[in-house]
Design a protein around this ligand. Structure first.
Ligand code: SF4
Length: 291
């Protein structure tokens, strides 16, 4: 004879479940999680539903525009920060920037062109540009009009073309045509701000800097890892909390995480390797991944 199922007051057929407890179906889903940076497979998983758009937007407003009324997420403990970066490292030991370049000068130009544009968009335009001009001298010879023509598919191309020629002129006049390994000298170049200088110092000169772009800014605030009102505040907080052993690659891990997992409008919390550590009130937590 079949066993009679006993329903609890909530209508469940098993015993009462603690709020937030991890159930068997959740564990099954968690096991199906592949790598950190697998957006396509991530979308296929049978995950629990993430909170609806309105609830997610509200959660983001709370953490990004925290006021006396809206408390910031709980800060991360040093052990949690270390564990998060251990998992990022396990998932992608050698993360790379996605902007194509062939030397420090072309890296600098690519980063200047990438302001308020996507890396993919910049990568479509730069092969033709760098084929003709991969040094400041060649760039100046190419001239502003030709540069403008070559980068016209990138947003703000007129200003950017002007800056590329002006910074090339300055590199020739003041740095013998070399990209300087120095923050102040880099930021003195036309079109070069703190974020660009940080990327160049990190990728071209191996310095453990933290470039805060839109993804890093969002993650720092949303997750509670490094809350800050502006990119500089987030950068300084990240530099303070991340262990030096992870700093060299930290900004790439965060950028890739923001680009492919912790998306602006619909973060893939159900596939996120740091879901159990993240403090975002809008997240859906399923698991402690075995990265
Ligand atoms: S759980 Fe992961 S994807 Fe979701 S908000 Fe937190 S860091 Fe982003």
């Amino acid at each position: 004879m079949a066993k009679k199922q006993i329903k609890n007051p909530a209508g469940r057929t098993s015993g009462p479940r603690r709020r937030g407890a991890i159930t068997k179906p959740m564990m099954k889903t968690a096991k199906a999680v592949g790598s950190l940076l697998a957006p396509k497979s991530a979308r296929k998983g049978k995950a629990a539903k993430v909170k609806p758009p309105k609830a997610r937007a509200k959660a983001d407003r709370k953490v990004l525009h925290a006021t006396g009324k809206h408390k910031l997420p709980k800060p991360w403990s040093p052990a949690e920060v270390d564990e998060a970066f251990r998992r990022f490292q396990a998932a992608k030991p050698e993360p790379k920037g996605e902007l194509h370049h062939v030397n420090p000068f072309t890296l600098l130009v690519a980063v200047v062109l990438s302001a308020q544009a996507t890396d993919a968009g910049v990568n479509k335009a730069t092969p033709a540009l760098f084929k003709l001009a991969d040094t400041p001298e060649k760039m100046v010879v190419l001239g502003e009009e030709r540069v403008r023509e070559l980068v016209k598919t990138i947003g703000l191309f007129r200003t950017k073309a002007k800056n590329v020629i002006a910074l090339s002129d300055k590199l020739i006049a003041e740095h013998s045509g070399q990209v300087p390994n120095d923050r102040d000298a880099l930021q003195a170049l036309p079109g070069v701000g703190r974020k660009t200088a940080n990327v160049v110092l990190n990728m071209a000169f191996g310095q453990p800097t933290m470039a805060v772009d839109t993804h890093v800014f969002r993650i720092g605030n949303r997750t509670g890892l490094a809350p800050g009102k502006d990119p500089l505040a987030v950068e300084l907080k990240l530099l303070a909390v991340i262990s030096p052993k992870y700093m060299m690659h930290a900004h790439h891990w965060l950028i890739l995480h923001g680009r492919y997992v912790c998306l602006a409008r619909r973060p893939l919390c159900e596939k996120c390797v740091i879901a159990d550590i993240c403090k975002w009130p809008g997240k859906t937590t399923l698991m402690a991944p075995n990265a």
